[in-house]
Design a protein around this ligand. Structure first.
Ligand code: PMV
Length: 327
């Protein structure tokens, strides 16, 4: 058995997923559509070792931690397929803040599954890797692929049709993404707990689920015609609906902070002035601005003067998860 290192990038949903139809299998109630980023990166080494009694995780230099049992449960799925029971040492690092709404669980589980697949010599097809990554974190299924990616909610109870699919490579529509980091602290309510609370308590939940396919259709058609305005409209609408839904849980979930709201207003002002930009926000305070590459100076100018914004990171669209080293 080998020692394999893989990398994966986080992805940002433009049409959002919020809510699960099955929590044990991590099956989303709605489909979603995302872009995979390039500069932000998780690098994960997986080494199966006969001398270990349990799986060991070192994440960003810290051993053990809350993620270890989730990682171990995900490795069990791959061990089952391989007919192996050897435990693994997993060493993972992110070049960006972990657990703060920058989709570190998406890149983390995508890199883990790709590295473990290669270390166990499984050679599973990408669709299968997507399904396995989903078991670790719903959005991780999308980070297996690069560029624009659609995640299907699927209908099967075993989740075999609940996988992501690449729609358009990054090179076909190379959009730019600017991340405004508002806080590097881990979020108070994680996405799984937040989704369950929302499903159980929000009076708007069924309307959200019923409406999802309309947004997906609009986003797919915007991709087909490279219609930036159309993609901007549907992405902002989906983002605001997701956050309105989360706020309508009881107790309400509020992921935004003051600089997040200031950022939304700045981006809206840019759009009104004719710039090709739009915002999106996941389950955390960070503001993500998607734009045509030529708009980057305008986006930077608009964000730099926001009080409390800690850092601005520019990135483009990137590739899917891949093996980078192995022995
Ligand atoms: O993959 P999870 O369980 O962390 O959930 C992701 C939820 C959002 O980022 C808010 C939306 C999405 O589709 O990525």
């Amino acid at each position: 058995m080998k020692n394999v290192t893989a990398t994966a990038h986080p992805n940002i949903a433009l049409v959002k997923y919020w809510g699960k139809r099955d929590t044990a299998l991590n099956l989303p109630a709605v489909g979603s559509l995302s872009i995979t980023l390039d500069t932000l990166e998780t690098t994960t080494r997986v080494e199966f070792d006969d001398t270990l009694d349990v799986d060991r995780l070192e994440l960003d230099g810290v051993t053990g931690g809350a993620g270890e049992s989730r990682v171990s449960a995900c490795l069990d799925l791959l061990r089952d397929i391989a007919g192996a029971d050897t435990r693994a040492r997993v060493v993972s690092s992110n070049n960006f803040p972990t657990g703060a709404g920058l989709a570190s669980s998406a890149s983390g589980f995508a890199a883990l599954v790709v590295a473990a697949d290669a270390a166990l010599d499984l050679g599973l097809p990408p669709a299968r890797l997507s399904e396995l990554a989903r078991r670790g974190s719903g959005s991780a299924a999308r980070s297996i692929f690069g560029g624009f990616v659609e995640m299907h909610h699927g209908r099967r109870t075993d989740g075999a049709d609940c996988i992501a699919e690449p729609l358009l490579p990054a090179s076909e529509w190379p959009l730019a993404v600017t991340v405004g980091i508002v806080s590097k602290a881990a979020k108070a309510v994680g996405s799984t707990d937040g989704m369950e609370l929302t499903r159980e308590t929000s009076p708007y939940y069924s309307a959200w689920v019923d409406n999802a396919e309309t947004d997906l259709q609009a986003a797919r058609s915007a991709l087909d015609t490279r219609d930036f305005e159309k993609l901007a409209d549907v992405s902002e609408h989906s983002c605001l609906k997701m956050h309105a839904l989360a706020m309508s849980a009881n107790p309400g979930l509020m992921y935004w902070q003051a600089p997040t709201v200031a950022g939304i207003n700045r981006v809206r002002a840019l759009r009104r002035a004719g710039h090709a930009v739009f915002f999106t926000i996941d389950a955390g305070p960070q503001l993500k601005v998607v734009s045509l590459p030529g708009e980057l100076p305008a986006v930077r100018d608009a964000l730099t003067t926001i009080d409390g914004l800690q850092e601005i990171v520019h990135t483009g669209l990137g590739e899917g998860a891949r093996v980078v080293a192995g022995s």
